[in-house]
Design a protein around this ligand. Structure first.
Ligand SMILES: [Zn+2]
Length: 240
């Protein structure tokens, strides 16, 4: 939980991802990785050597204005308060996805991961600006991309913004049942943008235990985030 707290404490409003990028690099300093950062600030990470890779994704930015955050866990629920004890957003959207990817980069011998900048809408700017700028060549040897950037505990997004993301049979029913995930339609995030740009491989977006995203009362149910990690790990080791 310590690493999750550190991610929540790190301010990363869209367009200001320098600090969270260095926090992520620190958390991965003990793993042998190839890490590349593109011109806009997206991080592309490769672990191990293989003909094809599973790939996980998350976005580093958040909607909340910078402030000092103290992170509190009570009864398995994680929130943030500012220096005056007032509840503020945690940035769990999408630090929860970042946390899952960091855990898996430690555990898996072979994995690719992408951390996008500027997923959130900002002023008149549309969202998913990092994914819009990303070089799709990185995904040429990926079999699929699993992004963890969905509220709640049980959504497996197979269609986003009218864009088909993957076949409903892409994840075996036995794994969906074990971790209590159901196929549903959802909104836009980075992997949807990649599909809109013509990426051919299956992608999906997965619930990672956050609630009230974009609001001051944002919170995470720790057990649901851990269930998400276990779900994603099992998809990867099942060798789809
Ligand atoms: Zn998000």
């Amino acid at each position: 939980m310590e690493q999750l707290f550190k991610l929540y404490q790190t301010n990363s409003i869209s367009g200001s991802e320098v600090e969270i990028r260095s926090v992520i690099k620190e958390m991965l300093a003990d793993v042998e990785l190839d890490i590349r950062v593109d011109f806009i600030g997206n991080m592309f990470i490769t672990k191990g050597k293989a003909d094809t890779y599973p790939c996980v994704a998350a976005h580093m930015d958040e909607i909340h204005n910078p402030c000092q955050r103290n992170i509190i866990e009570a009864g398995g629920v994680v929130i943030a308060v500012d220096g005056n004890g007032r509840q503020v957003g945690t940035g769990a959207d999408d630090k929860n996805g970042v946390w899952v990817a960091i855990k898996l980069l430690h555990e898996m011998p072979v994995l690719k991961a992408v951390f996008f900048v500027e997923e959130e809408k900002k002023g008149d700017l549309s969202g998913c600006r990092g994914a819009h700028a990303a070089n799709l060549d990185f995904f040429t040897d990926c079999r699929y991309i699993l992004e963890c950037d969905r509220k709640g505990a049980s959504d497996w997004i197979v269609q986003g913004k009218d864009v088909p993301l993957c076949e409903p049979t892409f994840i075996p029913q036995s794994i969906l049942d074990k971790y209590r995930y159901l196929p549903v339609n959802g909104g836009k995030t980075d992997v949807v943008e990649l599909k809109m740009r013509g990426l051919a491989i299956p992608v999906c977006n997965i619930s990672c235990g956050y609630y009230n995203a974009h609001h001051e009362n944002e919170y995470t149910v720790w057990s649901e985030l851990v269930n998400c990690l276990n779900f994603v790990r099992e998809i990867i080791v099942s060798n789809i």
